[in-house]
Structures are given as C-alpha cells and as structure tokens.
Write a protein that binds this ligand. Structure first.
Ligand code: ADP
Ligand code: MG
Length: 505
C-alpha cells in the first residue's frame, strides 16, 4: 500500500493589538453509538419517536431497577477505538457522575471516569494535499445520554422527554493538538467519516448524534512546542470550554470569537478565567455559563450496580478482523492503484458509499477516466439535484458501459455527455450501447469516410486553403467544418490528423 507522507500545517496565528498569538484546541466529542437498543436497557433508540415512548423502567430510574450492559454497544466502542488506532482496555469500569437535572431521573449519569474502555490513539486530519495534522486521542469512554427538557411548548410549563435517556454515547477526548478553527472542524469531520465507515455512529449532527465540547486557549509562539517537549500544561494558556456544539460552522466561529476574547483580556493585563461557556450563533459570541466544575464536584464513585467490564482479547481480535477498510487506507490505495490525485481520492472516499460506487465504475477500466466522470459529471449532477449514489438515475453499471463505448472509440467524449444526459432523463435505466444506437450516436473512425469529407471541404474553399498554408493555426477552421459536415460524428483526433496531412502542414 502506498504511504502518503504529510507535512504538519502551520498553526493559526491571530494578531492581537500588541503581539501575535497562537491557538491551542482540544475537543471532547460525544458520539451516539449506532445501536437499536440503549446502553443499559432494551428500549429503542429510534429518533423522532412519540415523546416518552422509548423508555424502559430502568431509564426512568424506577426503584429497584438494575442496569444490564448492552454487549453490542461495547463492541461498537471497541470498534471505534480500533479505528482510531487506540489501545483497548480489557478491564474498564463504570462510575456515577452525580448531578441534578429534571431530564436525568437517576440523579446521576453512568460514565467511565477512572478506567475508560479505550486508551490512547490518533487521528490524521487532512488539511489539503500533502498537509495533515496528527491529533492524539487521549481516551474514549462510554456513558449514558440524558433526556431532553422542552421549554418552548407552553408559556408556563416545561416538559421532559426521556426517549434519549440512557442512549449509549462514546466520549472521544483529544489531546490539545488542534491549532486552528478549520482544523477543529476538519477533525470532527474526520472522526465522523471514520465512524460512518465503521458503522459505529451515524454522525448526524443535526439530530445531535455528534456534538463537541470545544476547549480553547491561546499561547505565545513557541510555547506549544515547549508543552510538547515536556508535557507540561504550564506552558499553555488557561482554557475555556465551549459546550455542546453541533455544527461545523459554529465550531469555527466560536473558536475564532473565543480566541479574540481571550487575547483582549490578556493584552489588557487581565487573566482568562477557566470556565464553561455557550456559543450564541445569533450574536456570534460566547458567554459564560458556569465556572469550571471539577471531578470532585460530581462526587464520582464506582457504580455499585455494575461489575467492572471485562472483555477478552480474543473478542477484541474478532472485532479487529471484521473491520472494513478505513478512509486513510482507501485513499492511499486509490492514489496508488488508480493513479488519481490525492484531491480526487479525498472526494471519492469522503463517503464509503461513494467510494464503492466509484470502484464499481472503475473495475477493469481506466481509473483516472472513471474518477473524472464520477466526480465531474455524476457527483456534480447529483449535488445539483440533491441526490446521492443511492438515488442516482444513472447506475454504476450504466456509467461503466458508457466508458466502454468511449474506450472502443464508438462514441466521442462529447457524445458521451449527450448519452449521459439521455440516460439521466428520457432513457432512464437504458443500456448505454442501445440508447447510443437508437439516437444515432456513432463516432466515424473510418478514415475513408472522414477523408472524403476533408477533401470536399478543401475543394470548396480554395481561398481558405491558401490562408491556412501561410498560417497553420487556421487549420482549426477546416476541422470545425469537417465536424459540422459529419454531424459531429467524426473522431476529432482523426480529422485533425487528416486536415494537417491534406494541407501539407
Ligand atoms: P476536563 O475533564 O476537566 O474537561 P481534561 O483534562 O480531560 O479536562 O481535558 C478536556 C479537554 O481539554 C481535552 O480535550 C484536552 O485536550 C483539552 N485541553 C486541556 N488543556 C487545554 C488547553 N490549555 N488548551 C486547550 N485545550 C486544552
Ligand atoms: Mg470536560
């Protein structure tokens, strides 16, 4: 397999009134585990169900109910860990994180503070061809989601929907290795892509299935390198945590705003206070939500209802053996096997379904040409019409058939575009060769026929011939005339060659 090598991007520098500053960012991403049932109950996780219809007794914290771990959710977390090249802890344990909130009937969230199931890993975040940031993963733990309070249905009352209560989340904690707003968004995008390949999280940010707490601090140029060399956080600035971001755009805006806010405070001689903040997208600013809470504020303690979670290496190995090809490997293979650019490989591997579609088209054909058609013609059209490879009117087999007609010289590139249009609209589902024949799309490669057409045009335009002999650039005019005379069916390359020959150029 081809190994793509990368250079690290430069950190984002923001100029303050007095000096330059760099950004340091660490993310805690909450990813909902793709699973039909919740983490500790058999209740359904279906999104958008009637409020409080997906609630088991244990989710509602009825007295005497006991949690029972869902093995599938654990397997999904392990799979995610393996996808991030992380160490898997064969022994992990659950803790209670105590706090009061109306949508948390237990009065605590079951999480893993001291012994997470997944240890250190990494994510390669692509920032353009040949440029990537390696972001270290500190840990992934599994925990329960809370319910939802609804404040906007009634002027005097609030409602509680427990459907989401107890749904399994993976909290993926990064090291503070992200150095700019675009990188933060790209990091979330890469995590999302990997989990969608794995099938462990659907990555739907709108539904809140993927959301991030964004930690931001500023430092002077050179300080981050000191932190990296020593591991001493003292070299970094005080961070603020922006909670619950579920849009890539807002993540970037919030970081940008937060950095400028911190710079203004520090340059003014003040100190950044560590706290939890909220981003207000309407105002484009972050504001204080609460002062930073510490682990001891939550009175964490081992959950007495659950035994430590012990898994076997053989089980982990089975999961490892069932892993699909991941984005980085697929991308490197596309560049190596099909000779396409890294940019094209990025586009084609963004979604696993797109990559599969492309490979069906490219199989046994010219990979570069297939990539061109899939990206420029097909994806371009799909995007414009809000369709996907699942709903495309032109199938991979049809597109492949078209490429075969081009390869055989049966149709020209221009005819192929017309044929594509027909297959997309009035000839849906048709066989490319038959549709081409029906519409008289046949490239004339027979040199005898082309030669006759060339002779005719030359004989009819003696004045033009003289001009072209003096200025060979004018030969193009003859090519155009011949193509017109043959109804666009003559192979342009053959016409070019014959015109040049006959004019003695
Ligand atoms: P807590 O659990 O209190 O939120 P952690 O030490 O687990 O604190 O860190 C949470 C997140 O904050 C991690 O993603 C980490 O990378 C990030 N982080 C830690 N220090 C900084 C810093 N100085 N600037 C930016 N992010 C930071
Ligand atoms: Mg935190």
């Amino acid at each position: 397999m081809l190994d793509l090598t990368y250079e690290a991007p430069k950190p984002k520098v923001i100029s303050g009134a007095k000096e330059d500053w760099e950004l340091v960012i660490g993310l805690e991403v909450h990813a909902q585990v793709a699973s039909n049932a919740k983490l500790f109950s058999g209740a359904s996780t279906t999104f958008g169900a009637e409020p409080n219809s997906n609630v088991a007794f244990v989710d509602a914290a009825m007295p005497g109910m006991l949690p029972v771990i869902n093995e599938y959710c654990v397997a999904q977390a392990v799979k995610t860990g393996l996808g991030l090249k992380a160490g898997i802890n064969l022994r992990s344990a659950f803790d209670r994180k105590n706090y009061f909130y109306p949508d948390l009937p237990q009065g605590y969230q079951i999480s893993q503070l001291y012994h997470p199931i997944v240890g250190e890993g990494e994510v390669i975040v692509d920032m353009g061809p040949g440029i990537a940031r390696r972001v270290r993963i500190e840990r992934i733990h599994i925990e329960q989601d809370a319910g939802k309070s609804i404040h906007d249905l009634d002027p005097t009352m609030s409602f509680v929907d427990l459907n989401r209560t107890g749904v399994a989340l993976m909290e993926i904690v990064s090291r503070p290795d992200i150095r700019g707003p675009e990188e933060a968004a790209a990091y979330v995008g890469k995590l999302r892509q990997i989990m969608r390949y794995l099938g462990t999280c659907d990555g739907n940010m709108q539904n809140g299935n993927l959301r991030a707490d964004v930690n931001v601090s500023i430092c002077r140029p050179g300080d981050y390198e000191k932190y990296q060399a020593t591991g001493d956080f003292g070299h970094l600035g005080t961070r603020c945590e922006i909670k619950n971001m579920n849009s890539m755009r807002f993540i970037q805006q919030a970081i940008e705003y937060e950095a400028r806010r911190q710079i203004a405070i520090v340059e003014d001689g003040g100190k950044v206070v560590q706290e939890t903040r909220l981003y207000d997208p309407d105002k484009g600013e972050t504001r204080s939500m609460r002062s930073k809470e510490e682990a001891h504020d939550y009175r964490y303690f081992p959950c007495p209802d659950l035994l430590p979670l012990e898994i076997e290496q053989a089980w982990v190995d089975d999961i490892a053996a069932s892993m699909p090809e991941l984005p980085d490997a697929k991308k490197a293979r596309f560049v190596g096997d099909y000779g396409m650019t890294e940019y094209d490989a990025n586009v084609l591997t963004a979604e696993v379904e797109n990559a599969a579609f492309f490979e069906e088209v490219a199989k046994g054909r010219d990979g570069k040409q297939a990539a061109n058609w899939v990206i420029n013609e097909l994806f371009g059209r799909l995007n414009k019409e809000g369709l996907t490879v699942e709903t495309t009117p032109v199938s991979a087999a049809q597109l492949g058939g078209m490429l075969d007609l081009i390869a055989k010289g049966d149709i020209s590139g221009k005819m192929a575009k017309d044929l594509f249009e027909l297959l997309w609209t009035t000839e849906k589902g048709g066989d490319p060769a038959e549709v081409a024949a029906k519409h008289g799309m046949k490239q004339v490669t027979d040199t005898g026929a082309i030669e006759a057409a060339v002779d005719e045009v030359i004989a009819a335009n003696p004045a033009q011939v003289e001009k072209a002999k003096a200025n060979p650039k004018l030969a193009g005019w003859f090519v155009g005339q011949v193509l017109k005379a043959t109804g666009g069916k003559a192979n342009p390359a053959a016409v070019n060659e014959l015109v040049a020959k006959k004019l003695g150029l």
